[in-house]
Design a protein around this ligand. Structure first.
Ligand code: KG4
Ligand code: ZN
Length: 338
């Protein structure tokens, strides 16, 4: 018999609801929040208020799109961290109330594990899920990790950033260039028409499989400060080349440690996940490795890269199979827990 799960994601600034039938998505809706645009980043209090406004309409729409009745649900899965506490509390409270009212199990989902398990959403266009064990580069606005994935349930972080995340490196570089938040997708857009060799930025020297991105932001800041002294139009005139050069640097840094991780573990099945995996330069760098015969690569469908509830629902499905349910007393957490 099929299992129907409602997934709810509210960890940052997207309110999302999805309904899944086993690993197949019946509906996946996302309400974005425009309120943060003028502030150059997510304002936690505004995010939590916007989640309160969006959550009921988004869930109702998900049910009507999925064409199922609430009574058919087998469980409610929701993100319980990491993320912004006020945002997480909205999804948590809603999920608890819904599960209680329907008398069905409640399932907590770690947002970062869900980004990885998005690779297992059943989709005819993306049929191949990676075999275990595989390595996953998990890159988002708040995290950058190399994860050794041993099963749907056992994941080990073997490298991570010691300061900024890759998404922050994109967003902060964009902010320095005067682009609105979130700047990652805009850098990606400009980079497509720019010359990645135009400018060189230094790579960090961090031991092992860890990353660092805070130095890149500082070097871009000083580089632009000096160029703007000579030419006030420097950014406008060079936005495409700047974007291409910054993107290439971030991609090179990410790929270098991933190669090292592959060499150290002997694993050649390599996946990516998280918002930054929507980046065209990073996707191309992965595909180049596959074409060169070095790796077999796995990239989630574009819409399952950035925050979405489909990945929460599919993680809920795997936890449902293990009867890994949460009590009504469960509370959200803000910082990543392995
Ligand atoms: O996973 P995600 O949607 O949210 C978090 O869990 O943080 O990731 C958001 C991050 C932001 O930093 C955003 O700028 C970045 O992913 N991002 C991109 C692209 N699309 C989203 N960065 C570079 N290129 C993109 N195309
Ligand atoms: Zn995310």
């Amino acid at each position: 018999m099929s299992i129907y799960i409602l997934g709810i994601e509210s960890s940052c600034d997207d309110t999302s609801a999805a309904i899944i039938k086993d690993r197949k998505i019946l509906a996946n809706l996302i309400a974005n929040q425009d309120v943060h645009k003028d502030f150059g980043g997510v304002v936690p209090e505004l995010a939590s208020r916007a989640h309160q406004q969006h959550i009921i309409p988004v869930i109702e729409k998900a049910f009507s799109l999925a064409k199922i009745n609430k009574k058919q649900l087998d469980a409610v899965a929701f993100t319980n961290g990491p993320g912004l506490l006020g945002s997480l509390l909205v999804g948590t409270s809603f999920a608890k109330a819904f599960a209680l009212a329907l008398d069905i199990p409640l399932i907590t989902v770690n947002h970062m594990h869900a980004h990885i398990l998005a690779l297992f959403i059943e989709d005819e266009a993306h049929p191949s899920a990676p075999p275990f064990p595989f390595l996953c580069l998990t890159v988002s606005g708040g995290h950058t990790q190399i994860v050794l994935v041993k099963s749907h349930y056992a994941m080990q972080v073997i490298g991570q950033t010691i300061d900024d995340a890759a998404g922050e490196a994109f967003d902060k570089s964009a902010k320095i260039m005067g682009l609105p938040y979130p700047g990652g997708p805009l850098i990606d857009k400009y980079a497509r028409e720019g010359n990645a060799e135009a400018f060189r930025f230094p790579h960090p020297k961090v031991p092992g499989l860890d990353y660092s991105f805070s130095g890149l932001k500082t070097s871009i800041l000083y580089f632009l400060r000096d160029r703007l002294k000579e030419d006030t139009d420097f950014i406008n005139d060079n936005i495409k080349d700047l974007s291409a050069s910054i993107q290439a640097t971030i991609v090179e840094i990410l790929m270098q440690k991933l190669h090292l991780a592959s060499k150290q573990t002997g694993i050649k099945h390599i996946a990516m996940a998280g918002g930054v995996s929507a980046n065209s330069g990073l996707r191309q760098a992965f595909l180049d490795q596959q074409v060169a015969g070095n790796w077999k690569v796995y990239i989630p469908k574009f819409e399952y890269c950035t925050d979405n509830a489909a990945m929460i629902a599919v993680t809920g499905y795997f936890k449902y199979l293990k009867k890994d349910f949460a009590p009504q007393s469960t509370t959200p957490f803000t910082r990543f827990q392995g």
